[in-house]
Ligand binder design. Structure first.
Ligand SMILES: [Zn+2]
Length: 100
C-alpha cells in the first residue's frame, strides 16, 4: 500500500492528519497548521483550478512557453482559470499578451 503525501489545499502544509470519512465515503483530512484558516478538507475536488498545485503548474507551463490552450488541455482546467492565474503573475512572465 503506497503512502500518499497529502497537502492542505489552503496553506500547502503537509502537517495534516487523516480524520475519518465523510458521509459519501471519501477520506477527510484535518490541517494541523495553527496558522491555517482551513481545518478540514478532502483530497478530491470538483474544481481542479482551486488546487495550489495546479496553479503552480499553470505558471510553470506558462513560463516554459506553453500556450493557454496547451496548458488547459494538459492540466484539465478551464482557459478562464489559466488566464486568471497568468494575469495575477503577469510580472513573472515579463510580457503582456492580449491574444486568447
Ligand atoms: Zn492548512
Amino acid at each position: 500500500m503506497a503512502m500518499i503525501t497529502v497537502h492542505c489545499p489552503e496553506c500547502g502544509s503537509q502537517n495534516v492528519v487523516k480524520n475519518g470519512k465523510q458521509s459519501n465515503g471519501k477520506p477527510r483530512f484535518r490541517c494541523d497548521n495553527p496558522d491555517c484558516k482551513r481545518r478540514y478538507f478532502q483530497t478530491t475536488y470538483t474544481h481542479k483550478g482551486r488546487q495550489p498545485e495546479v496553479k503552480r503548474q499553470i505558471l510553470e507551463m506558462t513560463l516554459n512557453g506553453a500556450g493557454i490552450r496547451d496548458t488547459s488541455r494538459v492540466l484539465g482546467v478551464g482557459r478562464n482559470t489559466i488566464t486568471r492565474e497568468i494575469k495575477k503573475h503577469r510580472n513573472l512572465t515579463g510580457e503582456s499578451s492580449t491574444s486568447g
